[in-house]
Design a protein around this ligand. Sequence first.
Ligand SMILES: [Zn+2]
Length: 352
Amino acid sequence: MSSRSKILMYDTTLRDGTQGEGVSFSAQDKILLAQKIDAFGIDYIEGGWPGSNPRDMEFFTLMKDVSLKHARLAAFGSTRRAQLHVEDDPQVNQLVDAGTPVVTIFGKSWPLHVTEVIKTSLDQNLLMIKETVAFLKAEGKEIIYDAEHFFDGYKADHKYALATLRAAQEGGADYLVLCDTNGGTQLKEFGDIVQLVLKNHPDVPIGVHCHNDCGLGVALSLLGAEHGAGMIQGTINGYGERVGNANLTTIIANLHLKMNYPLNCADHLANLRDLSLEADKLANITPNKKEPFVGESAFAHKGGVHANAAKKVARSYEHMQPHLVGNRQRILMSDMSGSSSVAMKAKELGIH
Ligand SMILES: [Zn+2]
């Protein structure tokens, strides 16, 4: 099949996704969705931040009795507080108590955030990263290090941004994930920075975590894959803060069907539309008809000329076979419909 290396899918619908306006899951909803995401074959599921709210604590407690078939469950949290020893930090200890095989730790990459937001020194921040990663690693956890604001940090002070990654690597991080937290990074600079990091850290797999503020969340993620990122983080249907995270639903279809990357979820691609609809149902969100690949309009033909051609040769107006992602061709009736559209619609409805 393909000589490309496998890319691991990391879903943060249950954590970053819940920060989206209008998205609300109960602990039970989160369990149901985690099971759907697992059944689809996603590799990692970030379940929440146990230190941030009681619902996420409840979720991790309940998940101790739920076994996942394939996915590894991750608890998300931050580096220790500046004034505390790592072993005395309650937020860090809650990550241990969550009982997950994976912990994802985010730390600061951007001096602005270190000195102006968490108000500590640049050196202390490096210690916070290294010690938190090392402490959780010693607890037997797989550690994914999310470098928050990495691209903004890199542009402000590239030496410091790289030093934060080194601190995570020295602490024993299993993955270094470059986050475009504010979603403002452009394609060329993103590609250049990912390549540079890969050159600097040849021994640790790199991941990317993008947001869609410039409408580039999916494009940046795919570019990350092309430059060698081995993990992509995103959310089902692109839920997330502001205009959302990179849409994992779209990323998965592109990576496998268009770019030939092997994925562990590839065998379940025909369930992609179902997964998208299930997530909307649990989140109480009206499905987006125009969502690429899985939306109701993704393979809908309205113009008479298009419908006529699609009837003769589907691929004349369809970039792929809809059933590969669990979708279907639809012929829409309107004042633009010709006789072909009417005939196709009649066939679709079983009227001959
Ligand atoms: Zn994010």
